[in-house]
Write a protein that binds this ligand. Structure first.
Ligand SMILES: [Zn+2]
Length: 229
């Protein structure tokens, strides 16, 4: 699975069918060139329920295939990263699950699961995201000390570093991008725990033909793209 920063908004992306303009990417395993390799459709609940196309690529050297997940899609989750991130931002303000669920029009059980997941990955998320923010010129300090507010502040810091160079962005999309989509996926444990920052940096090509300074990061272990087909 490779997460990429689609410039399209969610509804335009959904309306584009298969023509979603994915980037040329290198194989996360061997660095070889990849070519388009079909793809699949899945549901995505944003403001409304949409169907989006997720392209796949196949490595021409080693044969590995990867889904190219636009950064607003979370593996195994119906809801967009923007919706889930909004819930998490509300949760760190102290709002309870019931009121968050009502505010966003989502089931309480779903929101509770997002918040639990966030609690499990918060420390690792902070580490990975802050390292990336610093790398990108963020020099703030004075973050909250409590785990979850600290993680949310780190995500905001990274988004501010992004926005300076690339314009306004939904903060949680950038977090999804640099964590390779593992951030909010409903895995057990914390896949970010195994993501050493140095390895992540080393594994992330800094310059590619086309020169995108924010290439998609990939987790050390391949995660299932795990989507409803
Ligand atoms: Zn390969």
């Amino acid at each position: 699975m490779i997460v990429w920063s689609s410039p399209l908004d969610v509804s335009t992306y959904a309306g584009s069918g298969r023509d979603v303009g994915p980037p040329a990417v290198r194989c996360p395993a061997c660095g070889g060139p990849t070519g388009r390799w079909s793809g699949y459709r899945r549901h995505l609940r944003a403001d409304v329920l949409l169907v989006v196309f997720v392209p796949r690529v196949r490595c021409r050297d080693c044969g590995r295939t990867d889904a190219l997940l636009p950064w607003f899609v979370v593996p195994y989750r119906y809801d967009s990263v923007d919706v889930i991130g909004a819930a998490l931002d509300l949760s760190v303000t102290g709002l309870g699950v019931r009121r968050i669920a009502a505010a966003l029009g989502r089931p309480e059980t779903t929101v509770r699961e997002w918040c639990r997941r966030f609690g499990r990955v918060a420390a690792d998320l902070t580490r990975v995201v802050l390292a990336e923010a610093v790398e990108r010129g963020w020099s703030g300090f004075d973050l909250p000390t409590a785990s979850r507010p600290r993680a949310a502040a780190a995500v905001a810091a990274l988004a501010s570093a992004w926005s300076r160079r690339r314009g306004p962005v939904s903060a949680w999309r950038v977090a999804a991008l640099v964590t390779g989509g593992t951030l909010l996926a409903p895995n057990t444990g914390s896949p970010l725990a195994g993501m050493a920052v140095s390895r992540q940096m080393a594994g992330t090509p800094r310059s590619q033909p086309g020169g995108d300074p924010w290439p998609p990061a990939t987790p050390l272990k391949p995660s299932p793209s795990g989507d409803t087909t």
